[in-house]
Structure formats: structure tokens, C-alpha cells
Design a protein around this ligand. Structure first.
Ligand SMILES: Nc1nc2c(ncn2[C@@H]2O[C@H](COP(=O)(O)OP(=O)(O)O)[C@@H](O)[C@H]2O)c(=O)[nH]1
Ligand SMILES: [Mg+2]
Length: 226
């Protein structure tokens, strides 16, 4: 039987404090790790290479969505069947990976989305409300998601509207792909989020909501997830 190749894509910006432990944890459950270092000022890329990740270093900051999109292209070229996204800051628990990838490996789902036990920002609640009503997605901004590579190959693009890692999920949901949602663990971040402090991060999320409503898959709500 052919084993399905699982590749993790980790977007990272200045995460030297946590990246070694994150990669070690993720490697226990994935065949390969691709780290997209988005012009970090610190040693994130150096440490990630030492830990055996495939590292892409952007010369200038391209943003979360472009970074993930690039990671998916590389994962597809490297023969991935399942691709998951995982944060570099230590908030996610690698022990959740088997449950996140299992529905795809066993052919029961095309996309699996984590549901975090808490959300930090007001706009995250608003985004979740919109996503739940439109498509039944409870926690669209959860950074821990897994995809069958076929979804990416069929629909593609994370970076068309830059909606913080939600575009492919919404387009897949709208197109009728099978979405499964799973409760995950979440540690608290000890320093400032790389998306910025409260006002900046809330503004980014608010723009993402508007983009998803008007341009993304969410406007087509006919394929509700159960
Ligand atoms: N490639 C890339 N990664 C980013 C960027 N901003 C944040 N990240 C990464 O995305 C993940 C989530 O970011 P974080 O600031 O912790 O968001 P929060 O968990 O919603 O507070 C972390 O792994 C960050 O290093 C960016 O501009 N580019
Ligand atoms: Mg975080």
C-alpha cells in the first residue's frame, strides 16, 4: 500500500525562541517540514535548517498568505498528498496532528480545520460568526488546518485576497468539498503576536472578513457544512 506523504508548512516571522521545539514536535508526525521564513530579523531560518526543515527565506516580507501559498506549491512539487499548516510560535500542540490528518488519509475529508478552545480578539469572534452562518465553519482563523493536496491543485491560491489563511477553506467549502472540524489544544502566546498588537491585528482581520464576504467563497453559502 502506498503511504500518503504528509508535509507541514510553517509560516514564520521572528520565531527563534520557539521554532526548534515546534519543528521537532511536528517532525514526529509528518514526513517533511517546509518553513517559510518571511524576512525574519532573527535566527529563525538558521535554526529551522539545523532542525532539518526545508527552509525558504523571503528577501522581504510577503505576508502570511503568500508565504503559505508558496509552501503549498513546494509541498505539491515534493509529492505531498496531505499538507497541513502549523504555527511557528508554539501555540499549537503537535499531538493534535494525527487527529487533524486522519480524516484526509482515510478519505473521509478533503479539508480539516481545528477549533481552538479560545480566541484572543473581538474580530475573530465576528469572523467566526460570519463563517458559521455562511458555511458552518466554526473557527476559520485557526492556523492548524490540513488539506488534501487535490483541493489545492483543483482550486489553488491562498494569496488572491489575503484573508489570513481562510481563502482556500472558504472556496473549498463553497465548492462542496468535505470539511471536518476538530477541537484542538492552544497554548497562550507569551510575547506580542506577529500579526501585530490589538488594533493592527483587529484591522487586518476586519479587512479579511470584508474580503471573504464580498470576494471569497463565503458569499456562496449553498454548500453548508454539517
Ligand atoms: N510567513 C509569515 N508568517 C507570519 C507573518 N505574521 C505572522 N506569521 C506567523 O503566523 C503564525 C501566527 O501568527 P501569530 O502572530 O502568532 O498570530 P495569532 O496566533 O493569531 O496571534 C506564527 O507562526 C507567525 O510566525 C508574516 O507576515 N509572514
Ligand atoms: Mg500565535
Amino acid at each position: 500500500m502506498n503511504k500518503k506523504k504528509v508535509i507541514a508548512v510553517i509560516p514564520a516571522l521572528d520565531e527563534e525562541k520557539t521554532i526548534a521545539k515546534v519543528i521537532r514536535g511536528v517532525k514526529q508526525y509528518c514526513d517533511e517540514v517546509i518553513l517559510i521564513d518571511d524576512a525574519s530579523f532573527d535566527k529563525t531560518a538558521f535554526i529551522a535548517k539545523q532542525e532539518g526543515a526545508v527552509v525558504v527565506t523571503n528577501c522581504k516580507n510577503q505576508g502570511y498568505d503568500k508565504s503559505i501559498d508558496n509552501g503549498f506549491k513546494i509541498a505539491a512539487d515534493r509529492g505531498a498528498s496531505v499538507v497541513l499548516t502549523f504555527d511557528a510560535d508554539g501555540q499549537h500542540n503537535p499531538k493534535d496532528i494525527p487527529a487533524i490528518i486522519e480524516p484526509i488519509i482515510s478519505g473521509k475529508a478533503d479539508v480539516v480545520v481545528g477549533i481552538r478552545p479560545f480566541r484572543s480578539r473581538t474580530t475573530e469572534h465576528l469572523f467566526a460568526f460570519v463563517a458559521k452562518r455562511k458555511l458552518g465553519v466554526c473557527d476559520p482563523l485557526c492556523g492548524l488546518k490540513a488539506y488534501s493536496i487535490n483541493v489545492y491543485k483543483d482550486i489553488g491560491y491562498f494569496d488572491r485576497i489575503s484573508s489570513i489563511g481562510t481563502e482556500l477553506l472558504f472556496n473549498a467549502a463553497s465548492a462542496g468539498y468535505r470539511i471536518v472540524q476538530i477541537n484542538i489544544d492552544l497554548n497562550r502566546r507569551k510575547d506580542i503576536p506577529r500579526f501585530g498588537r490589538a488594533v493592527k491585528a483587529n484591522w487586518k482581520i476586519f479587512k479579511a472578513i470584508i474580503k471573504i464576504i464580498f470576494y471569497g467563497g463565503a458569499k456562496n453559502g449553498k454548500n453548508k457544512i454539517g
